[in-house]
Design a protein around this ligand. Structure first.
Ligand code: GYE
Length: 334
């Protein structure tokens, strides 16, 4: 792993000095798709990786929206490693792209590289995830969802799920958290806890909570351990569908019925999540829309043209209960 990482970092560096598209995982190159004689905008986009169905849909949306908007896209996949994302951003700075956009893997650790972008007057747009910084001038805007609100919505929909299931007694919740230090993991936990502390101090308890890194394999493995240490869990709150889908495998392997013995609420709303919900294995899904490409391109154009943009361009989303799953499944776009 270490060798591969070193190789990738080195490859990014070499490519950057050579002024070429960076490493093996970067695609997109200098193609002038300009219209009407004006030079096309070049956007450097540093993606987190391909950890989930959500991420795949997000990547596809960005890649499809760029040419439609006449934007020349340079795309890199950090394979889940913040250091790769930093190298990709450095490479975009060295290549002199017009705008940099990225989905920060974790909230901390970006100030140094973003200062380098600022020194070269390259505007930065955050997409999907936010960062923690002491210098607000380091990025122009965030295009993405309100994850704290998604956490609150998850708690509110759990009330409905419990009522529908006729649940009586203590609610013992297992929480599968997203990637440690990532905005959606921090905020989805925070919003959920907020509602729980305000309205369910006596009847709800989070008995186990751990990161499954937003992956199916992570969700399965952590749920297996949860079921051994806390066999009386009756609710699972998973920060994304993929971890929920992995957990369903662990629950079934333990001889329990997902959606019945353990009530399940997840976030995202990818097709596979909806399919599991239509089968009765997930009880409710909080939608988080990954199709940010068109909105991102619009913002990138405005930023490049020096137009004013909102500090946070929020995504519109819905909530779904199990009885809506069959009807909604054919409409899912991701
Ligand atoms: O929920 C998860 C993905 O940042 C909103 O990242 C995104 C999250 C999404 O891997 O599935």
């Amino acid at each position: 792993m270490l060798n591969r990482r070193n190789f990738l970092t080195a490859a990014v560096g070499v490519a950057a000095t050579a002024g070429l598209a960076a490493c093996a995982k970067e695609d997109g190159g200098p193609s002038d798709s300009s219209s009407g004689g004006s030079k096309a905008i070049t956007l450097g986009f540093a993606q987190t990786g391909s950890e989930s169905g959500w991420r795949t849909a997000n990547t596809d949306s960005v890649k499809a929206a760029a040419p439609e908007a006449g934007i020349n896209l340079k795309f890199s996949d950090a394979q889940g490693k913040p250091e790769n994302q930093i190298s990709a951003i450095r490479s975009y700075i060295a290549q002199g792209v017009d705008v940099i956009a990225f989905s920060p893997l974790v909230v901390k650790g970006w100030d140094a590289v973003l200062k380098e972008a600022k020194a070269k007057n390259i505007p930065v747009v955050l997409t999907d995830r936010s960062i923690e910084t002491s210098d607000d001038s380091l990025y122009v805007t965030l295009v993405g969802s309100d994850f704290t609100d998604e956490g609150r919505r998850a708690a509110k929909i759990l009330e409905k799920v419990l009522e529908k299931a006729g649940h009586k007694g203590k609610v013992k919740i297992a929480q599968l958290e997203g990637t440690t230090g990532a905005a959606p993991a921090i905020e989805r936990a925070k919003g959920f806890k907020e509602v729980m502390d305000a309205e369910h101090k006596d009847d709800w308890e989070i008995v186990a909570s751990q990161s499954g890194d937003f992956t199916r394999a992570g969700g399965k493995q952590v749920m297996q351990a949860f079921l051994q240490s806390n066999p009386d869990i009756n609710v699972l709150y998973a920060h994304n569908d993929d971890m929920g889908l992995g957990a369903i495998q662990a629950i079934e392997a333990a001889g329990k019925k997902p959606g019945k013995d353990i009530l399940i609420v997840t976030v995202d709303g990818v097709k596979d999540g909806f399919a599991a919900m239509a089968e009765g294995k997930i009880n409710a899904i909080i939608e988080c829309n990954p199709l940010l490409g068109p909105q991102l391109m619009e913002v990138v154009k405005k930023v490049k043209n020096g137009e004013k943009v909102d500090r946070w361009v929020k995504t519109k989303e819905s909530d779904f209960m199990q009885d809506q799953a069959k009807a909604e499944l054919p409409n899912r776009k991701y």
